[in-house]
Design a protein. Structure first.
Length: 273
């Protein structure tokens, strides 16, 4: 007699201008836990949306209110943005050249990480939360079997990949994975030092423990271009795989540890020849 499979709930929610996907495993009240996480994401959207003229962040950016008049989360996020800006040498900023306050490059990852924490607090540690391709992975869905995250291959000067083509697969638990690139929105990431779109890379995928920083660092790394390799290599608990605009790839020295053995043959050699 085989044991019954653990309950599984999958849920998709349209919020913050993208789709958030939940995969929750194991015993517990899935509906209540997911409901709390979704309510949190909707709160984040109401507070931080730069598309809503009445959001606290929009009003703060226009100078209509001060920071003390905003929800406490705004000060928390702006402090995190300032830290990432320092860490990245200014390649990440919540104050883009010629624009108003925009912490969006950090908010999504921060919101997903907090949603993951809410699920764990609700007794549902075995979960993944995916927001527009950026993922926070909880505990293993089954003992000894990690989560797997496919990373889409981006279009490059070498051509457009076939539908469903992957640059790599990342496996793990208690791990965050974020990709910045041109596949969905073109060259939308600006190098704050030049005010021009960053064009050296087609995509860069970062893996590390917490999505708040992993997602923001991915944005900064994309803006850095080729300089990102040495920068990520020097960062603790952070690894990267990049696809250049010309269609070549590079990775940091520890990225292979996050890749299932059957996919490691697709990785570029390290050290580079």
């Amino acid at each position: 007699m085989t044991a019954a499979a653990a309950p599984v709930t999958r849920h998709a929610e349209h919020v913050m201008g993208t789709v958030f996907s939940f995969d929750v495993r194991g015993d517990g009240d899935h509906r209540d836990g997911i409901g709390r996480a979704v309510a949190w994401l909707r709160h984040v959207d109401a507070v931080f949306s730069t598309y809503r003229p009445d959001s606290p962040v929009s009003r703060l950016g226009r100078g209509e209110i001060g920071l003390t008049s905003c929800p406490a989360e705004v000060a928390e996020v702006l402090a995190l943005c300032a830290r990432v800006e320092r860490d990245s040498g200014g390649y990440f900023t919540a104050h883009p050249p010629g624009g108003r306050l925009d912490p969006s490059g950090l908010v999504k990852g921060w919101a997903i990480e907090r949603a993951s924490d809410l699920l764990t607090a609700a007794g549902l540690p075995r979960h993944s939360v995916n927001g527009g391709g950026d993922v926070q992975l909880g505990a293993e869905p089954e003992p000894g079997r990690p989560w797997r995250v496919g990373v889409a291959a981006p279009p490059t000067a070498a051509g457009r990949p076939a539908d469903g083509a992957l640059a790599t697969v990342v496996a793990g638990a208690g791990l965050a994975v974020a990709t910045s690139g041109t596949a969905e929105r073109g060259h939308h990431i600006v190098d704050p030092h030049t005010g021009r779109p960053a064009t050296a890379l087609a995509s860069i995928t970062l893996a590390g423990p917490r999505l708040t920083t992993v997602d923001a660092y991915a944005t900064a790394a994309f803006a850095m271009g080729e300089a990102a390799r040495d920068w990520v290599e020097d960062m603790e608990d952070l690894e990267a795989l990049a696809v250049t605009a010309a269609g070549q790839t590079w990775r940091t020295s520890g990225f292979h540890r996050h890749v299932p053995p059957e996919f490691r043959g697709f990785l570029p050699a390290w050290p580079p020849r």
